[in-house]
Design a protein around this ligand. Sequence first.
Ligand SMILES: NC(=O)c1ccc[n+]([C@@H]2O[C@H](COP(=O)([O-])OP(=O)(O)OC[C@H]3O[C@@H](n4cnc5c(N)ncnc54)[C@H](O)[C@@H]3O)[C@@H](O)[C@H]2O)c1
Length: 318
Amino acid sequence: MPKVAILEHIHPSGINLLKKNSAFDFEIIENISKENLINKLPNFDAISLRVIKLDSDIISKCKNLKIISRHGVGYDNVDLNSLKSNNITLAITATANAISVAEHVMFMILNISKGIDMYDSAVRKGQFLKKDKYSKTFELWNKNFLIAGFGRVGKILIKRCLGFEMKVYVYDPFVDEKTIESFGGIKVSDFNGSLKNMDYISIHMPLTDKTKNLINSSNLKTMKKNSIIVNTSRGGIINEKDLDEALNKEFIFGAGLDVFEKEPPDTNNPLLTNKKVLLSPHSSTFTEECSERMGKETIQNIIDFFDGKLDQSMVVQL
Ligand SMILES: NC(=O)c1ccc[n+]([C@@H]2O[C@H](COP(=O)([O-])OP(=O)(O)OC[C@H]3O[C@@H](n4cnc5c(N)ncnc54)[C@H](O)[C@@H]3O)[C@@H](O)[C@H]2O)c1
């Protein structure tokens, strides 16, 4: 009988799938210290994984392990070389989280554009209709929006942007013009060159050697003064020091970050005290609906794997 290790909390409806299935044995592992994982995980055939790091020291000891099922779509916390050399499958929750992330982007751009926090605090401080106290706010209508990375999240986000009647440009060298146009977008090939025309930029690509520091002091300087940039993909794609400087020098109007170069960010990270950036703790998938879908899909992927019917769209090609 396959033994499943559940590392870190997942939604109870995911765990219920295992409770109802007598073909599996499972254990929730609360102590996620490296020492305990090296000690316990070699007994398991499958692992459900959230954000803790599974490095080669741990994976090389897991001689029974056949599948790691990631609760999410990113997998930078797993040593891929070890998975490949030990013939271990890596599954992701490919269909579970794009809607919540796309809604989080809309929430961030609306919050910053409409000055929600500023107005809320003005009412509470007795500054009702004191227009000299308010900073600029913006409409979304007819604005240029650049979606950088047109995968699962980008394709859901474009529908929300078009609903606000924005003009949507897409930068993704791996997606052809016809596909982008079929979603109502306009393909952009020169990323840096396009930035000077954009009012909104939202990042939806993986962190790789090519995308690290993609947004930096050189291109931040070229952007519109009223532009707003949002990153819900991975920290490090926007250089945080350069972003802080660009906001302080008013090269751009605002930014929204759900992800950071280091998570949690250091307490002395200047962005934590910068009022022009809206922050969230890598929480764009924390909605009730998305948590439930992710919990179920993480466990269903394990069950399907052992039943020999895991959908290949859930599998990362190593
Ligand atoms: N904040 C969160 O909780 C959260 C949740 C879901 C996804 N994410 C992250 O968001 C990102 C997008 O997720 P997704 O599910 O849409 O991924 P996806 O794999 O479906 O899409 C990624 C897209 O990026 C494109 N891409 C790759 N390299 C590129 C480059 N150099 N320039 C431009 N485009 C490039 C790919 O062609 C692909 O279309 C990932 O980094 C993922 O880890 C974060």
